[in-house]
Write a protein that binds this ligand. Structure first.
Ligand SMILES: CC(C)(COP(=O)(O)OP(=O)(O)OC[C@H]1O[C@@H](n2cnc3c(N)ncnc32)[C@H](O)[C@@H]1OP(=O)(O)O)[C@@H](O)C(=O)NCCC(=O)NCCS
Length: 226
């Protein structure tokens, strides 16, 4: 009985030390979670129950292993994190300060992704590549960017600071700072606080060849009816 009691006390001690260490080393990330999730009630709740924070802790350790070329160990840790949290962050990715993944399940962050400070990702978002080429093939996300639930940001593109990627958007082109992007493929609906007139959006202008083909199809249909 005394033996069991001492094991319990040791385990409790380890748990308390773990909590203290996480609170010290991840203070900024925990505060970010508290700020960005209105449902977060307490520091302890975030430390114990937020998969986004757990995935980040695993990632920060795995990234150290990756940097010293212990690739297998790094990848192993990232897969353990994926098993427990449903979030897959490649240990080679570079992630800034005060990063928060809300809800988390289904988030994928590729190897050559670079993420700035104060970024928020929602569940199901992907920062991925578009092919099998080596080298930088994942996005660079600026500071203070929000990537909505289910959004896909693909390829070696840059998402400017303070931008919002709408839920379920698919973004495959650079996005200037202070923009809001929605839809598939992503189109800019707001920039610097002003709504964009889609007819003046020269970046996302309609494909003229496709337009001509559609017009011809309509004409053929009308002629067939006649
Ligand atoms: C993209 C987003 C940031 C836009 O916010 P906003 O600047 O306030 O924009 P608005 O709500 O004024 O919408 C602007 C236009 O885009 C449309 N729109 C907004 N979000 C959209 C989306 N995800 N996909 C497609 N269209 C969208 C609106 O219907 C509106 O269209 P309209 O001008 O034809 O009426 C927001 O809608 C969004 O998707 N946030 C992600 C939040 C999220 O993932 N939450 C998960 C919580 S669990």
């Amino acid at each position: 009985m005394g033996y069991l009691m001492s094991i319990l006390i040791i385990l409790l001690g380890i748990a308390i030390i773990k909590l203290v260490l996480i609170s010290i080393f991840f203070y900024a990330d925990i505060r970010a979670a508290q700020k960005k999730d209105p449902a977060a009630k307490s520091f302890l709740e975030i430390i114990l129950l937020y998969p986004g924070l757990h995935a980040l802790i695993y990632y920060r350790i795995a990234h150290v292993f990756y940097k010293v070329h212990l690739f297998f160990l790094a990848r192993l840790l990232s897969q353990v994190a994926r098993f427990f949290t449903g979030i897959e962050i490649h240990p080679g990715a570079r992630i800034g300060k005060r990063f928060f993944i809300d809800h988390g399940f289904g988030v994928v962050i590729g190897e050559t992704t670079i993420i700035g400070d104060d970024v928020l990702l929602y569940q199901g978002s992907t920062l991925g590549g578009t092919g099998i080429v080596k080298g930088k093939r994942h996005p660079t996300i600026g500071n203070n960017v929000v990537v909505g639930a289910g959004a896909k940001v693909l390829g070696n593109i840059v998402i400017g600071d303070n931008s919002y990627i709408g839920a379920n958007a698919v973004v495959v082109k650079d996005v200037p700072p202070n923009s809001t992007v929605v839809g598939v493929p992503g189109r800019i609906t707001k920039q610097d606080g002003k709504k964009m007139d889609v007819s003046l959006d020269h970046v996302h202008i309609l494909d003229p060849i496709m337009q001509t083909i559609e017009e011809l199809q309509d004409r053929v249909k009308n002629l067939e009816k006649k």
